[in-house]
Design a protein around this ligand. Structure first.
Ligand code: UDP
Ligand code: MG
Length: 307
């Protein structure tokens, strides 16, 4: 029988660990699916990892990893993929916002021969208006670049082992898991699910961390902003040719106006564009710098004995 490995990113989730392990375990057992649960503690400062260790002693199917510090959810997923033993692998949040029942549905689709089963949100749960707007813009850009509706996608997925192997073989350090499974191009399908309310604890995302996440993911996936710089340059040249011709004509006709205001405005606009462009280029440079350094995505401090 095949084994399903479930990777559960957990950062300061002491209030959820036991309930999550119990719920997922029960749902999968009832569906007669053989499983292992791998809690990847993202440098949690509370009792998250200790609780996982306790559970692991009672039940060999529960396993755990502890990072040396917080490396982010993306890192926990990739670390998890390195350690799993299953024939397929799912990623699910620790706060039970992703319904474990959907895992069963995903597993059956995998048995039918799909390699990637994407969890698609049928709603986004409770979120503020500004948050929704921001998320909308980010995913709008991503969707048009990926040619896939990213707005509803989530990290809740089930993948075949061969997809995991491909993802692990990617040399880049800066990854965007949500889009990469789609990018691999394996036979995929979707399952919709309702985002549940967080059972306990708080969401780890602040508005600023979401902004950083959005910028870093867009630039790790596409060079479109760099092309945008070129596009702005071309626009600027067309504009300056038109303005140049107009100015010359007026000069020779003797009707040239005092152009101080125009000059100041042009300087400001062009200066602004140049700075934005430099910023964009600088951002890519810093990304290249980070990749070139080749530091690991995460550092594992400890793991349970059964792993
Ligand atoms: N998480 C993580 N590292 C982090 C932040 C979050 O491993 O730096 C985990 C967290 O424990 C949870 C999942 O990622 O299992 C989703 O996080 P959260 O519920 O805070 O995000 P939201 O559901 O609000 O998008
Ligand atoms: Mg959550």
């Amino acid at each position: 029988m095949s084994l399903l490995s479930v990777i559960i990113p957990s950062y300061n989730e002491e209030a959820n660990i036991e309930r999550t392990a119990e719920t997922i375990g029960r749902v999968l057992s009832e569906a007669q699916i053989e499983y292992e649960l791998l809690f990847v503690s993202d440098g949690s400062k509370d009792k998250t990892y200790e609780l996982v260790c306790d559970l692991a002693q009672k039940d060999a199917r529960v396993k755990g990893l502890q990072f040396s510090r917080n490396f982010g959810k993306e890192a926990t997923i990739f670390a998890g993929m390195e350690y799993i033993k299953g024939d397929c692998c799912a990623v699910i949040d620790c706060d039970l916002q992703h319904p474990p029942e959907t895992l069963v549905e995903m597993y059956h689709l995998w048995e039918e021969g799909y390699d990637v089963i994407e969890g698609i949100k049928s709603n986004r749960g409770k979120e503020g208006i500004i948050h929704k707007m921001f998320v909308g813009i980010f995913y709008g850009i991503m969707s048009s670049l990926m040619k896939m509706d990213m707005n509803a996608t989530s990290d809740f997925k089930l993948m075949d082992k061969k997809v995991v192997d491909v993802l692990l073989s990617l040399p880049e350090k800066n990854t965007f898991f949500r889009a990469l499974t789609f990018w691999t191009g394996f036979k995929s399908t979707t399952v919709t699910f309702d985002v549940q309310e967080r059972v306990a604890g708080k969401s780890k995302w602040s508005f600023m961390s979401l902004v950083k996440y959005a910028i870093s993911n867009t630039t790790s996936f596409t060079t479109a902003p760099l092309q945008f710089v070129t596009f702005m340059g071309v626009l600027m040249i067309i504009f300056s040719v038109v303005l140049g011709v107009q100015t010359l004509v007026r000069y020779f006709m003797g009707t040239a106006v005092e152009g101080f205001t125009t000059v100041i405005l042009l300087l400001l606009v062009i200066g602004g564009c140049i700075m934005i462009s430099l910023g964009i280029i600088g951002h890519y440079l810093s990304r290249i710098y980070e990749e070139v350094k080749g530091r690991p995505k995460y550092i594992v401090r400890d793991k349970t004995e059964n792993l």
